[in-house]
Write a protein that binds this ligand. Sequence first.
Ligand SMILES: Cc1cc2nc3c(=O)[nH]c(=O)nc-3n(C[C@H](O)[C@H](O)[C@H](O)COP(=O)(O)OP(=O)(O)OC[C@H]3O[C@@H](n4cnc5c(N)ncnc54)[C@H](O)[C@@H]3O)c2cc1C
Length: 357
Amino acid sequence: VRRTAALIAGAGPAGCAAAIVLARGGIPPLLVERSEGPRDVVCGGFLGWDALAALRRLDIDAQALGAQPITRLRLVTARAHFEAPLPHPAAGLSRRTLDAALQEAATAAGAELLRGRTIRAAEPETRRLRLEDGEEMEGEALLIATGKHELRGAERGIGLADAPLGLRASMAGGRDLAGTIELHLFDGGYSGALLQEDGTANLCLSVSRARLKKAGGVEPLLAALAQELPALGRRLDGGALTPWSAVAGVPYGWRAQGTVPGIFRVGDQAAVIASLAGDGVAIALESGTAAAEALLAGHDASAFQTDFSNRARRPLRVAEALRHAAEHAGPRALLMPVLGLFPGLAPIAARLTRIAG
Ligand SMILES: Cc1cc2nc3c(=O)[nH]c(=O)nc-3n(C[C@H](O)[C@H](O)[C@H](O)COP(=O)(O)OP(=O)(O)OC[C@H]3O[C@@H](n4cnc5c(N)ncnc54)[C@H](O)[C@@H]3O)c2cc1C
């Protein structure tokens, strides 16, 4: 068994933020990641001002990575269209680029990154990880940062069978999206589009199981949505699309309200915000940073977990209320005229769904 002071399962934004802070604080951690190298992730690629600030604190300049500035929100439904400025500048950046930069910063700070290594199970009592290749590792502290994916032995205890599904593809020719995050709202979900650093559009979609089942699969769902929302149909027809990648079982609104000694849950393992709020990466960076700071200060894991759960309560609740309004025809029909009359509500909602600021 390999032993280390801090062991981190998963090198997404949460695991990397924790690794950077720990390494800089004098506890270089061991980071275990199953992907072999840079890869696309099911994510909208939206970085709010809180995510950009969290990245700056880690000395990562999103603009230098090519992040495209976003200053406006566009909401589109079958019948209406609404646009408003965001309260602060945001940005669009692919997760391929962002995660690679975070991993590079973690190793540059002194963390050891084991790539292409899949964790088969965790043993929380001993803070041990068992890898698929048979190796075992044990940390004085174990940070669980495996994101949407459950880690066997350390499951979050949530029923995921009915949780929504996320989809992502990129599309050639996204220049007309410059400066804007575009959200198309429909029964059971939404689709988001933005311009990313290579000039392509990042398209993502979140859809309830019921809606997907009713449509009979991803392709018939996209065809039905293109009929229902002509603007989304035009967007999907606007250029060559890569194949869609999917992730199942995203438990929006869930927060870890407790933990066991020595186990810190970070990122989607700590709190899962409705993706239409575009704050999951900020939550990942903030929770990873806060867990590492707690560990460096000698605080116990449960104090961190309770504290972070309290911080995440308001953004998660506001995001759930917005998701509910956006996904159901009745509230959605009210939402658009209300926003038309009181456009200042949109930036307020955007602010209330941030983990910081
Ligand atoms: C459709 C959709 C759109 C979204 N759009 C946005 C958006 O625009 N902006 C935003 O801020 N958030 C968005 N989110 C949320 C955001 O993607 C997540 O909140 C964020 O990725 C969480 O980061 P993380 O580090 O916790 O987990 P992840 O990013 O999921 O990283 C987890 C890492 O752990 C690794 N891993 C997992 N299991 C194992 C294992 N067994 N062994 C080894 N390694 C493992 C994975 O390979 C991965 O690298 C969206 C989510 C969805 C579903």
